[in-house]
Design a protein around this ligand. Structure first.
Ligand code: MCU
Length: 386
């Protein structure tokens, strides 16, 4: 819309830019701060030093966090793929083209409860009980990006499309695959799944993947990462401080040698996590304000203090956005790895009911884990974003 204000000696034309357009114009940097900071980076300050004051500012902050995570840890997450799909008899067959190359894969869909059913995309196989009325979409993440140690870097359907030298680690390749599954659900009928009611889950290494998929794929309504530990719910900096205190805990320095979950870009930072521009409380921030239930376990290697304090910091981001109860974490007690314990059932059920089944269950104040003082790891307070 144009307004012309006619003054005695000149005519001034003012362009009225609609509010939404102004909010969408985020200034996303391509270089990121690398000054050592032992505290978790402030999620309410832009890298420029400016304050994040509004929810619109926070959306922009998330764009720079996403860019920094891709540059320093995850590798590039491609967003230009074209997906075609067919559905028949419980199999969704997906063909993806980009970069002049094509790859095909399929997922199985079981347990839809009639039209517009919610579903949980499960890496490999669900390690949580999927309730009646919620379908399971079984996603073979290893096929999209191999995770068989160092020699498997650059292998899988993702790399067939983008080349074996692409910067993405396996976590990013899998998230891209999840994004394509959602394209395919949107493009086909007959599967009875409502693509707006999707959760994503995986346990352990696949829990890291589920967390990253929830963060990068905004069409996911509920993230359910399970026992993701280091590389998922843990913060790199806190894990390093726990390691220094003598714990047997996985750190960034160890993880880059174990497998190809992260980009090669991460090697530069892995031995000096304090120089990362972000940490994993901001992985939760990327999921916000969508649903997120972080399921953990008190096994030393996963870093129970690290995951708990890190996700307490993550929940401060949800609080700042005015939706604290859209996120919870349940990591109290120890049990066999990836065997979902009954003492976390009520919390999981509440999140699934609220975010996938449209229920009105309370997900208030779910913060369960060992004693972990988040204030020891942060030097900022959460504002109320307007
Ligand atoms: C917790 O996830 C991983 C962990 O990062 C690895 O160090 C360990 O080797 O395997 C865990 C896992 O995926 O267990 C199934």
């Amino acid at each position: 819309m144009k307004y012309s204000i006619v003054l005695p000696f000149l005519a001034v034309t003012v362009l009225a830019v609609p509010l939404v357009e102004r909010q969408a114009a985020c200034n996303v940097p391509t270089t990121f701060p690398s000054t050592a900071n032992a505290k978790l980076p402030n999620p309410f300050k832009f890298f420029s030093g400016a304050d994040v004051k509004t929810k619109a500012d926070f959306e922009c902050k998330n764009k720079e966090v996403n860019a920094a995570l891709q540059a320093q840890e995850l590798g590039t997450f491609p967003t230009t793929a074209k997906t075609t799909a067919t559905y028949s008899g419980g199999t969704l067959s997906i063909s993806v083209s980009d970069n002049g190359k094509t790859a095909s894969f399929s997922v199985s869909i079981k347990g839809a409860s009639g039209a517009n059913s919610p579903a949980i995309i499960a890496y490999a196989a669900p390690s949580i009980p999927v309730p009646a009325g919620v379908a399971t979409i079984t996603f073979n993440n290893d096929q999209i990006g191999a995770q068989q140690g160092q020699s498997s870097r650059g292998q899988g359907k993702f790399f067939d499309v983008y080349g074996s030298g692409h910067s993405a680690g396996a976590l990013t390749a899998w998230a891209w695959g999840v994004d394509r599954v959602i394209d395919a659900l949107e493009a086909t009928t007959g599967h009875n799944i409502d693509p707006k009611k999707l959760g994503v889950t995986g346990c352990s290494r696949n829990g890291k993947g589920a967390f990253v998929a929830a963060a990068l794929v905004s069409r996911i309504a509920l993230g359910i990462p399970q026992e993701s530990g280091s590389g998922g719910a843990a913060c790199w900096r806190i894990s390093d401080s726990e390691k220094a205190a003598g714990k047997n805990i996985q750190t960034s320095g160890q993880i880059i040698g174990e497998n190809v979950w992260f980009s090669k870009n991460f090697n530069t930072f892995a031995t000096k996590s304090t120089t990362l521009a972000t940490d994993h409380h901001q992985l939760a921030g990327l999921v916000a304000p969508r649903g997120l239930i972080v399921i953990e376990n008190e096994i030393d290697w996963l870093g129970p203090v690290s995951t708990t304090a890190c996700q307490k910091a993550g929940r401060l981001i949800y609080k700042a956005l005015g939706v604290p109860d859209n996120m919870g974490f349940t990591g109290a007690g120890s049990h066999n790895h990836c065997q979902f314990p009954s003492n976390q059932q009520a919390d999981l059920t509440a999140f699934i009911n609220k975010f996938l089944k449209g229920g009105s269950d309370s997900t208030a104040n779910i913060e369960k884990g060992p004693t972990a003082n988040v204030d020891s790891y942060i030097d900022w307070t959460a504002p109320t974003l307007t």
